[in-house]
Design a protein around this ligand. Structure first.
Ligand SMILES: NC(=O)c1ccc[n+]([C@@H]2O[C@H](COP(=O)([O-])OP(=O)(O)OC[C@H]3O[C@@H](n4cnc5c(N)ncnc54)[C@H](O)[C@@H]3O)[C@@H](O)[C@H]2O)c1
Ligand SMILES: [Fe+2]
Length: 378
């Protein structure tokens, strides 16, 4: 029998409207009453944090807001945040937003507690030791970053590097579905499909597939599949929004322990070279990569289809994902996101370097297969 291990965030709270009572939710986490909130200008301008920040101030906390995060956070922004948080002498870091602010907050909380160059901490298991207390509050239902030990940072012009370490598991997570009500349809769809990819790739993660991630992945997929189209078409449906938020979190717990595979490897260059949002990049390559994997993952895809009540063969799962892509109206081709045919070779070369995730794929991915997959969605 194979040995398994599983880690996750130990303190996860769920309350619609909870973020407006942030003073109650930070209880016990911040000794010096100085809190740094890490976010992006989009989230800040929506006013999603206003009630929570006012509640903190009323309760006697000093709050600094660092809102310079941008999508696919560049290293320079992370380092600027580290300096700001150190200078402010924060006793708690809160990541408030989608995957980009949450990943940035994770790295800031770690780096602000150390005097070491960031280059030393990229990779798996290099960010060891203490960090500042860390709380994460997602405003998209996608990355699951709130419960993962991963942060993805853009280094240089196009390259993305991961920091994977147990120190990046947050101390506390708050899921507040009210924060996601204003998510535009396109972001709801793309980030939701990203979460579905996390669950599917966790279930077929050849090296670290484990029974706990399996259970989480299947439950996550059931929730996401049942709510994604409804949340896209009825943005105010709080029940659908909460189901998506919980589904994305469960998928995050699953893939944090059974890492993602070739869908992500082929998606990364679309973001790196052309700034296609992470969820949309995944949505674009998803079904073609699953078709490629079918010969090795047929049984697993069939099990997923069975748990969703679709039947027991892998084809019905792929057909259902195509239906979801159509019903949520995500772009279906590289052309629609302005990626030209002549970029395919360089994107395929780049995808081949993503060994950290490719090694988890159920079927070995090749350069030629990658080119064919990109060509099939041109
Ligand atoms: N750490 C992990 O485990 C992990 C996993 C997958 C992806 N990622 C990373 O996460 C990032 C992507 O995160 P994301 O998909 O959540 O997007 P994001 O955080 O980049 O946000 C995308 C856009 O959505 C806006 N937005 C966020 N919440 C909103 C709301 N409630 N209403 C309206 N607009 C809102 C933001 O302002 C931004 O413009 C990438 O950098 C990716 O590499 C990390
Ligand atoms: Fe992802």
């Amino acid at each position: 029998m194979k040995a398994h291990s599983f880690q996750t965030v130990s303190d996860i709270r769920i309350e619609n409207g909870g973020a407006s009572k942030l003073d109650q939710y930070v209880d016990g986490l911040c000794l010096n009453k100085r809190i740094a909130v890490i976010t992006d200008k989009g989230v800040a301008s929506l006013g999603l944090m206003d009630a929570g920040l006012a509640a903190l101030q009323d309760a006697g906390y000093k709050v600094m807001v660092f809102d310079e995060v941008v999508a696919d956070p560049p290293e320079a922004v992370v380092l600027k945040g580290v300096e700001a948080v150190k200078e402010f002498q924060a006793g708690l870091v809160i990541g408030f937003g989608g995957g980009s602010p949450m990943d940035t907050a994770k790295v800031i909380a770690y780096m602000a507690a150390h005097d070491r160059p960031i280059q030393e901490v990229y990779g798996v298991g290099n960010a060891t030791g203490k960090r500042l207390p860390l709380m994460l509050i997602p405003t998209t239902s996608g990355t699951g970053s709130e419960v993962t030990n991963v942060a993805i940072i853009t280094t240089g012009e196009t390259e993305k590097s991961g920091i994977v370490a147990d120190a990046l598991y947050a101390d506390r997570v708050l899921l507040d579905s009210a924060l996601t009500v204003g998510l535009p349809k396109s972001i709801t769809a793309a980030t939701g499909i990203d979460a579905m990819v996390h669950a599917i790739e966790a279930y077929t993660s050849v090296k670290q597939k484990n029974p706990i991630s399996d259970a989480l992945a299947l439950t996550a997929l059931g929730k996401l599949r049942n709510s994604i189209v409804q949340a896209c078409n009825h943005p105010d449906d709080l029940e659908a929004r909460e189901t998506m938020l919980i589904g994305a979190m469960l998928a995050g717990q699953a893939f944090s322990n059974a890492p993602v595979g070739a869908v992500h490897a082929l998606a990364y260059p679309l973001g790196g070279f052309f700034h296609v949002p992470h969820g949309l990049s995944n949505a674009l390559v998803l079904t073609e990569v699953l078709k490629y994997n079918q010969s090795r993952a047929d049984g697993w895809y069939g099990e997923i289809a069975g748990s969703l009540g679709l039947g027991t063969n892998s084809g019905v799962l792929i057909d259902d994902l195509i239906r979801i892509k159509n019903e949520t109206a995500v772009p279906l081709t590289l052309t629609e996101v302005n990626i030209p045919a002549d970029a395919i070779p360089i994107m395929a070369e780049d995808a081949m370097t993503k060994d950290r995730v490719l090694q988890n794929n159920p079927r070995a991915m090749t350069y030629d297969a990658t080119v064919k997959i990109y060509e099939s969605i041109l």
